[in-house]
Design a binder for this molecule. Structure first.
Ligand code: HEC
Ligand code: HEC
Length: 506
């Protein structure tokens, strides 16, 4: 122990820290293995949560630097392969309005307290899944009476049915992981210039470049230089770490606001979400291609009305050649062209076919432009979302609701297709009679012009019945105007209390 403490942080490797910090409770099993720890695989966030739990529950003392080194060491040695995180990345991307789909036994026994993804992002032996269930019941014995478990034998169900199911579905040993460990690329391959495109709900499209340097020890420095479609700068710098050969986690300061990057790196592409560190509901979908990798990443804006003219920008990387649009769309002028963006004036003829049309630059395919005649439907995105009261002297900030109005149309065969995000006029109404009676609209918060909902203050409100807090159940209404025709879309927003336990995996 003393030896570990005296060495400078950089010189300490993961195994040394593991032995020094964990061995007093976790039994050595030979070959550098420790009981429990060596029989699980998980994401960087999963490892961080386990170690933080050791600190909170068992008084483990560990410096932040050492914890960081350990999370990296364990994620590289016992992480998940890219294919093992597929469809579950919303959890660490902090897309907290995701409505999950798991099967019944997992829903009933596990996914009523936390996300199902927290479970599905781990790999264990049967014995380890059983230990996890035992740990839950030992720690929270009342769980047999809560979370709608009172009418069933929670432990019997979890132990006899759920554990074997999890062991079969999420086993410790998997070809996906051993293959990935053999084939994962070197971190240095990510160094260079990247072109990116993104979309921030209620703010709009963004594009630019990201310069990545370093790579040694899977650590990077980066400079972001971009702009929103409305001209707002999106610039800053920061650093990033690569875990398990593809899990990119960055911290960037964008115009004085701390943001996190949670991306998956694969073959010259970075994809994921970038969000404010203090407000993870404020975030953008992000996709980037490395210099030299020919890709069309986005067409901004991605729609055009038949019979109209517009300026659109094709964002990509290594773009070379003529911009090509579908039938019925004429390129009037190439306004500007670089290898990262091609700005063109286009015109859709009045009889252009309605639907999603392919857009390419020379031989580089992958873009799309929705051509439409009229809007058939407006959808509020997200359709169901949660905002939270906060501030007012408390430790927890408000969690905003952020909405987009997505327009849809129908093609010649009657198939619905997405046109894109439209500007809208926003309002809220009571969701039901209860909400009307409790005056939720008055107390729960304010819907702003830009589709951002600011929830009310935390704490009891003496003006409300029984001094209840500023919770509410609201209908979110988007009114979209298109060439004089008005279209309405509806979603639901539940304004609720603070999230007190807010670990990296929901
Ligand atoms: C003071 C004792 C103590 C120390 C020190 C300690 N642990 Fe633990 N750990 C436990 C106990 C007890 C359990 C089993 C009960 C549980 O899961 O909470 C456990 C379980 C675990 C598990 C399994 C959790 C699960 O989800 O099933 C992991 C992983 C783990 N520890 C990692 C670590 C790491 C890594 C360290 C060192 C940085 C560490 N522990 C240090 C006491 C400790
Ligand atoms: C009564 C509520 C409750 C139920 C039911 C529940 N969990 Fe948990 N679970 C928790 C809490 C609380 C934690 C600790 C969170 C933290 O560390 O912040 C946790 C932690 C976890 C972790 C992370 C542990 C680690 O150290 O890696 C996993 C994985 C997990 N649960 C899976 C499950 C599975 C599988 C089930 C169903 C068999 C389940 N949970 C049922 C409340 C629950």
């Amino acid at each position: 122990m003393a030896c570990a403490v005296l060495q400078p942080a950089a010189a300490k490797d993961g195994q040394t820290i593991l032995n020094a910090k964990c061995m007093m409770c976790h039994t050595p099993e030979g070959n550098d293995a420790l009981s429990r720890i060596s029989h699980q695989r998980k994401t960087p966030e999963g490892w961080l949560m386990s170690i933080a739990r050791m600190q909170i529950m068992y008084g483990l003392k560990i410096e932040d630097d050492d914890r960081q080194t350990l999370v990296k060491f364990l994620s590289d040695k016992q992480g998940l392969a890219p294919s093992e995180t597929e469809g579950l990345r919303y959890a660490f991307e902090r897309r907290l309005n995701t409505v999950e789909q798991f099967d019944e036994p997992i829903n009933q026994t596990c996914a009523r307290c936390h996300s199902g993804a927290r479970t599905a992002l781990q790999r264990r032996t049967l014995k380890e899944w059983e230990h996890l269930i035992d740990f839950h019941l030992g720690r929270w014995p009342s769980l047999e009476y809560q979370a709608m478990s009172r009418d069933r034998d929670w432990y019997g169900l979890a132990h006899n049915e759920v554990a074997p199911l999890l062991a079969e579905r999420y086993p410790l040993d998997a070809k996906a992981w051993s293959d990935w460990q053999q084939s994962k690329p070197e971190a240095e391959t990510l160094v260079g210039k990247w072109s990116f495109a993104g979309h921030m709900p209620s703010k709009g499209e963004v594009a630019g470049t990201m310069q990545v340097t370093g790579g040694e020890g899977d650590q990077f420095k980066l400079i972001v230089d971009g702009e929103y479609a409305d001209g707002t700068p999106f610039k800053g710098q920061g650093s990033a770490v690569l875990y398990s050969g593809y899990e990119w986690r960055g911290s960037v300061d964008i115009g004085g606001v701390a943001m996190r990057q949670v991306f998956a790196a694969s073959k010259g592409e970075l994809q994921g979400r970038m969000f404010e560190t203090e407000h993870d509901e404020r975030g953008l979908d992000f996709v980037a291609a490395q210099q030299g990798v020919a890709r069309v990443l986005a067409v901004q804006p991605g729609y055009l009305k038949a019979g109209s003219e517009a300026q659109v920008t094709i964002i990509g990387s290594a773009l070379e050649g003529k911009p090509l649009f579908g039938p019925g769309i004429q390129v009037l002028e190439v306004v500007a062209q670089t290898s990262e963006r091609v700005t063109v004036k286009v015109r859709a003829s009045a009889d252009a076919m309605a639907g999603t049309q392919a857009v390419s630059v020379g031989a580089i395919k992958g873009g799309s432009l929705a051509v439409y005649r009229d809007i058939s439907e407006v959808r509020v995105v997200p359709a169901l979302s949660i905002a939270r009261v906060g501030d007012n002297g408390g430790s927890t900030p408000k969690v905003q609701g952020r909405f987009d109005a997505e327009a849809w149309s129908k093609d010649a065969s009657g198939q619905p297709y997405r046109i894109g995000i439209f500007p809208a006029t926003w309002s809220v109404e009571p969701f039901d009679e209860r909400a009307a009676e409790d005056e939720d609209v008055k107390y729960a918060g304010i819907m702003q012009m830009d589709g951002v909902f600011l929830p009310g203050d935390a704490g009891p409100n003496p003006a409300r019945k029984m001094s209840t807090n500023n919770a509410g159940n609201l209908k979110v209404i988007a009114q979209v105007d298109d060439g004089g025709a008005s279209h309405k879309g509806e979603g639901q927003l539940i304004v609720t209390v603070q999230r007190w336990n807010n670990p990296p995996l929901p």
